[in-house]
Each structure stands twice: as structure tokens, then as C-alpha cells.
Ligand binder design. Structure first.
Ligand code: NAP
Ligand code: GDD
Length: 328
């Protein structure tokens, strides 16, 4: 039985990856940071099957202790400050978590378990103001946010530890991936949640920023398989993971509202406060290398993803509504 350590296990991807690895027969440990109140909603269904260990990307000694306790065969470094707008409000902390956090983790692995395989959660946000369309593993980076800059650093330090120390360290350059477990501040979940609220009479309007931004959106459940596949290769490497199709925020709205019989134009307003100081206008990935070398391809379509998220939010909100007298 192999042992995996997931940092960021309480996040969207961490929870999907834990599900995936448990199904593969792994012993799974998840690193969590101390909080005055536990927020384990995304992993509540598997708390009796995984081990939680306390550590923080800011504290190197805690990472060493976690690795000594878990002794992992595979380390998935998913923890980060992952919301792009917050990276302008907290640029230094974003660098500490998202950039230097990766170095602290790599250094701890090098000290404690240098033969463990390491996965770094890199991002299409590194392409930023894109230099070519579509983006591949060879496309130069031009990040447009403190978050993107921090991820570019973390990507290169992963490459550097592979080249300097011969570590089995891989970097997955993942394009946006979403699903019912997505945080509410990201645009897809903000839309699916608002559509469900409007359908149920709980809200009347949805304020968004740039409706023309284009993203290559996939399903998170499909993308965690690619992370695992990277660590099963005899040679480590860097891979773009994407669907190869881009849609606008407006497309997402159109499909989400029409799924519940509404027209988005009647409810969506734009609010300049949601615009970013520097926008990533359009991302489109070419995952040919992952398809050829890893045998990976996405399963869930864009329309299927939008419908899955709206249906999930409708079910969550409906279950919280007071029961009508007829149903009581
Ligand atoms: P997420 O839902 O925001 O989860 C982030 C996780 O990181 C949470 O578990 C969080 O813990 C943890 N974390 C943050 N700071 C930490 C610290 N100092 N020490 C320990 N843990 C810390 O993000 P996600 O969508 O699952 O994404 C996973 C990773 O992939 C991130 O690195 C993200 O930047 C990257 N990525 C995501 C996408 C995407 O589209 N989802 C695309 C490319 C790359 P708390 O619960 O305690 O806050
Ligand atoms: N969040 C948000 N809220 N975004 C909006 C809104 C809004 O009200 N209105 C329009 N957008 C636009 C943003 O300007 C951006 O162009 C696009 O929707 C997607 O925004 P997010 O869903 O916040 O995701 P992101 O692309 O900035 O970042 C996500 O993907 C990266 C990979 O490319 C995050 O998951 C990052 O952690 C990840 O690395």
C-alpha cells in the first residue's frame, strides 16, 4: 500500500484527490493548518479514512515533522493562497504561501524523504498575457497578478530541485477546473450559486466583472487523475492539463441560466469593482503531451460542468429551505 501526503487537503482539489487516491488503495494523509474552528466540509465524508496532520507552509519545522510522521511515497503540494484578486490585497503573504511555500516543502522532502515523488500545483495563470495560442509546456510565462508571479516562481523551483538534486518532482500546469466543491468567490461557483438562488426566489440579481474573459474550464474530478498519472511516470516532467476549448464568462452565464429556464440578460449586471488591475483576457491550453505520455483526457464537457454545478447548488439550497406545510 502506497502512502500519499496531500497539502491543501481541505481545498477543492485536495478533497477530490483524496477521494481518487483512496479508491486506488492508498493510505492518505492530509496536511491542515490550525484554525480556531475546523472547516472540513469538503472532506467530511472521508474523515474516518484519512489521517490529518497539522502543518503550515509558513513553518519549515512543521513540514519536516509532518513528513517524518507520514513517511510518504508521494507528496502532492496543493496548498496555496489560490484566489487571484486577494493576491493584490496581500501580495507578500501570497508570495510566502504560494511561492516560498513550495521551496519549504521541497526542502523538507529533500531532508526527510528525498526519494518521495513530488507534485507541484502550477497554474495557467503563469501564462497571463499570453505569448501564443494555444499555450503548451514551451510557451513563455507572462504572469499578470502577484498570484501568477508566485506560481511561476514555484514552478521553476520545482524544475530546479529536479535538476539540482535529481528529485522526482513534476509540475502540473493546470488550466481552470471547477465543480460543486469550488469556493464561492470563483466566478463559476458565484454564477451557479446565484442561478440557484434566483431560481428559488432567494436573490434577484448577479453582479459580475469582466464578462468577456475567456477560460479553458474543465472538471476538477478529471484533473486530479492527471496529477496522479504524472507521479506514476518513471521520468518526472511538466505537463499542461486543459480541455482545449475556451468559453467566456458570458457563455457560462448563458448556459447556467438557460438550464433553469431563465435568460441571463435579465439578471446579470456588471460592477466595475470586480475588474482586476491587470486582467488575464484569454487562456486556452494544448494538453497534447499529457494525452500522448500520460494517456490523460478530460471526460466532462463544458455544458456538463455548468449543469452539474447548477444542479448541485439547487440541491444544496433546496435542502435548506423551510418545509412547506403540505410537505411537513
Ligand atoms: P483551494 O480550494 O483554494 O484550496 C487551497 C488549499 O490550500 C486549502 O486547503 C487551504 O487550507 C490550503 N492552504 C492555504 N494556505 C496554506 C498554508 N499556509 N499552509 C497550509 N495550507 C494552506 O484551491 P484549489 O482550487 O483546490 O487549488 C489547489 C491548488 O491548485 C492551489 O495551489 C491552486 O493555486 C492550484 N491551481 C488551481 C487551479 C483551479 O482552477 N482550481 C488551477 C491551477 C492551479 P485552508 O482550508 O486552511 O484555507
Ligand atoms: N472571481 C470572479 N468574480 N471572477 C470574475 C467575476 C467575478 O465576479 N466576473 C468576471 N470574472 C472573471 C475574472 O476577471 C477572470 O477573468 C475570470 O472571471 C475567472 O476568474 P476566477 O474564477 O476568479 O479564476 P481565475 O482564472 O482568476 O483563477 C483560477 O484559475 C487559475 C488557473 O488559471 C484560480 O483557481 C487560480 O487558483 C488558478 O491558478
Amino acid at each position: 500500500m502506497k502512502t500519499a501526503l496531500i497539502t491543501g487537503v481541505t481545498g477543492q482539489d485536495g478533497s477530490h484527490l483524496a477521494d481518487f487516491l483512496l479508491a486506488k488503495g492508498y493510505r492518505v494523509a492530509g496536511m491542515v493548518r490550525r484554525a480556531s474552528v475546523d472547516h472540513h466540509e469538503r472532506i467530511s465524508h472521508l474523515l474516518d479514512r484519512i489521517t490529518l496532520v497539522q502543518g503550515d507552509l509558513l513553518d519549515p519545522s512543521s513540514l519536516v515533522r509532518v513528513l517524518e510522521e507520514v513517511r510518504p511515497d508521494e507528496v502532492y503540494n496543493l496548498a496555496a493562497m489560490s484566489f487571484v484578486p486577494t493576491s493584490w490585497a496581500q501580495p507578500v503573504l501570497t508570495g510566502e504561501f504560494t511561492a516560498l511555500g513550495a521551496t519549504r516543502m521541497l526542502e523538507a522532502v529533500r531532508q526527510v524523504c528525498p526519494t518521495a515523488r513530488f507534485y507541484q500545483a502550477s497554474s495557467s495563470e503563469m501564462f497571463g498575457k499570453v505569448r501564443e495560442i494555444p499555450q503548451t509546456e514551451r510557451t513563455p510565462f507572462h504572469p499578470r497578478s502577484p498570484y501568477g508571479v508566485a506560481k511561476a516562481y514555484a514552478h521553476w523551483i520545482t524544475v530546479n530541485y529536479r535538476e539540482s538534486y535529481g528529485m522526482h518532482a513534476s509540475s502540473g500546469i493546470l488550466f481552470n477546473h471547477e465543480g460543486p466543491r469550488r469556493g464561492h468567490e470563483f466566478v463559476t461557483r458565484k454564477i451557479s450559486d446565484a442561478v440557484a438562488k434566483i431560481r428559488l426566489g432567494l436573490a434577484r440579481q448577479l453582479a459580475l466583472g469582466n464578462l468577456d474573459a475567456r477560460r479553458d474550464w474543465g472538471y476538477a474530478g478529471d484533473y486530479v487523475e492527471a496529477m496522479w498519472l504524472m507521479l506514476q511516470q518513471s521520468v518526472p516532467g511538466d505537463y499542461v492539463i486543459a480541455t482545449g476549448q475556451a468559453h467566456t464568462v458570458r457563455d457560462f452565464c448563458r448556459i447556467a441560466f438557460s438550464h433553469v429556464g431563465l435568460a441571463y440578460e435579465d439578471y446579470v449586471v456588471t460592477d466595475p469593482k470586480m475588474l482586476r488591475p491587470a486582467e488575464v483576457d484569454s487562456l486556452l491550453g494544448d494538453a497534447s503531451l499529457a494525452r500522448e505520455k500520460l494517456g490523460w483526457s478530460p471526460r466532462v464537457s463544458f455544458e456538463g460542468l455548468v449543469r452539474m454545478m447548477v444542479d448541485s447548488d439547487l440541491a444544496i439550497l433546496s435542502s435548506r429551505l423551510p418545509r412547506s406545510p403540505e410537505r411537513a
